[in-house]
Ligand binder design. Sequence first.
Ligand code: CA
Ligand code: CA
Length: 300
Amino acid sequence: MLTINKTSSVYKMSARNAAAASCRSGETVVFETEDCFGGQIQSESQLMNGISWDNINPATGPLFIEEAQPGDILKVEIFSIELADHGVMCDSPGEGITGQVLTEEATKFFPVSEGCAVFNDKLKFPVKPMIGVIGTAPEEGSEIETGTPGAHGGNMDCNMIGEGCTLYLPVHVPGALLAMGDVHALMGDGEVCVCGVEIPARITVTVSVIKGKKLPTPFLVTPEKFMTIYSAANLDAAVSGATLRMRSFLIDELGMGQHEAGFLLSTIGNARICQCVDPMETCRMEVSRYVTDQYGYTFF
Ligand code: CA
Ligand code: CA
């Protein structure tokens, strides 16, 4: 199987990145990813501000998908996310929400064993692996750091992007140039201290090029739900963007009227925070697949 090693990584999503590998639509590919600190933190005595910020948020790739052309949709089916044996979390004054009241920084390791992340001697939690950074290259001429989310995907830190899900991303440049990294063993909505349980991983995905279809990307389908994901300068704008894009999906793809779509979202749609600590903030609007099932709509 085609495997892209973690040494093939980028720090910007860009049309100018040379492809690390190429494949055909429908192929299964493994991405080996480093943690968001680039593997620099090897003990709890190392603090976030002691490492090189030039090596933060490496994204493995990019993968060139031969059939992909601007205007297409890239379908990324996430089969598995295998985790390393421990993760790391850091906080620091001024970073994230809890950092607003800190005066010193700290680093914490989380052993991962038997499917759980160990928090302390009283608490351990089942892991829920998720991909923090996953995206395609933006339009020619624009470069976006891997730490920033946007219409191309990127650092969305959506804890629903995990095993068994399908993520739809836009294609802006030939080959799409898919890259991913920043896996978390576990992360709460908001990522309030600025990190998840940051961990190296081995991600297995199938990539397919979809032509002639419309979806408001980035768009995620899980076994139970489907959702729009939107990033903006603040949470108000992000929740509006995610909601209005889901409204458009209900109108355009399910044929609902404008009031019906709004009433449905206000009845069973859930606006949720993905993260509120990155250079742009990200929200999602979640709807149960009961809705698409009842309308006989199948995702492509
Ligand atoms: Ca992140
Ligand atoms: Ca992270």
